[in-house]
Design a binder for this molecule. Sequence first.
Ligand SMILES: Cc1cc2nc3c(=O)[nH]c(=O)nc-3n(C[C@H](O)[C@H](O)[C@H](O)COP(=O)(O)O)c2cc1C
Length: 328
Amino acid sequence: MSDQQRQNKLIVRSVEITPPIALAPMVGLSHSALRSLVQEAGGVGLLYTEMLAAKRLPHDNEKCSPLLVRSEGEHPLFYQFVTASDEYVPAAVEKLHRLGAQGIDLNLGCPAPMMKKQGAGASLAEDRIKLTKVLQILRKSTELPVSVKIRLGESIDTAGSRSFCRFLQDEGVDLITIHARLNGEKFCRKPRWAMIGEIKDAVSVPIFANGGIFTVEDARKCLALSCADGLMIGRGAGENPNLCAEIAKNVYGERVGRQNSKTEIYFKFISLLEERFAPERRLGRLKQFTPYFAAPFTFGHHLASAIQTCTSIEQARERATEFFSDYI
Ligand SMILES: Cc1cc2nc3c(=O)[nH]c(=O)nc-3n(C[C@H](O)[C@H](O)[C@H](O)COP(=O)(O)O)c2cc1C
């Protein structure tokens, strides 16, 4: 499919996703500050929260929980939750309705040992009986779009993956994001975008491809191999918060505004952290973000380690100013 033939607009239930590029759910990264930063750069049609524990969600205070803080501009925003049981779903969904979610995502792809122990994330995807219960109660509890994020499973099994996606669709899932790696595969492994292409036509709901997209060229290759209806960008947006805008412009032909320089972006991110989070929450999030952001710079590890040992945001600003002075 050529860039010109690509669908720029997706409607999932009544939610418009233009262009079909999503910022991935990422613990410690996909909070209000990064979401706003990426959205301001342009080119992102869908935002996700990081994963939220369904059990805890009803008790979290959206005014101060850094997981739930959100500005009005962050739209459309799908809240991702993780659970091992259907028991917690109705109250979690009720809370998400109150928070004004545009959609709800179920994490079925996280392979972390902690999730495995609980039977959540990728483990829930392996337990068809439990998963059916979770999806049925989720679908019954909301009219909002329901999406899921999955990996390719325990081992390569195209027929199994096709049938799993059909099952998800039959249980009322409106959008499926596939992280193109098997459960046990690390991020350093090349993503299996072509496997998404082998699964995609098993369902009629939109499929977003995820994993290993760091450049416009990666986006083009991923779309060519996966035939996906959209892309989800994770670490690439941490390395380059303008990436969604660059893909939107060059692959989807979208108009995007002027892009801020890398230095402007970093200081803007610090200001957003100050604006959105309580003082004690800011520095930790800057420390989580900086290794990703610094990675593409020559000597970026100097910035990452300089920020890692900071004891205040003011000190981080000074050290970053010093680092960036070499790049101006
Ligand atoms: C720091 C970090 C936190 C993540 N947290 C989540 C999460 O909360 N929920 C989820 O579904 N995936 C999570 N992921 C996986 C990403 O959403 C994405 O699938 C993965 O990073 C591959 O995409 P990428 O190559 O574009 O980064 C996380 C990844 C990273 C690096």
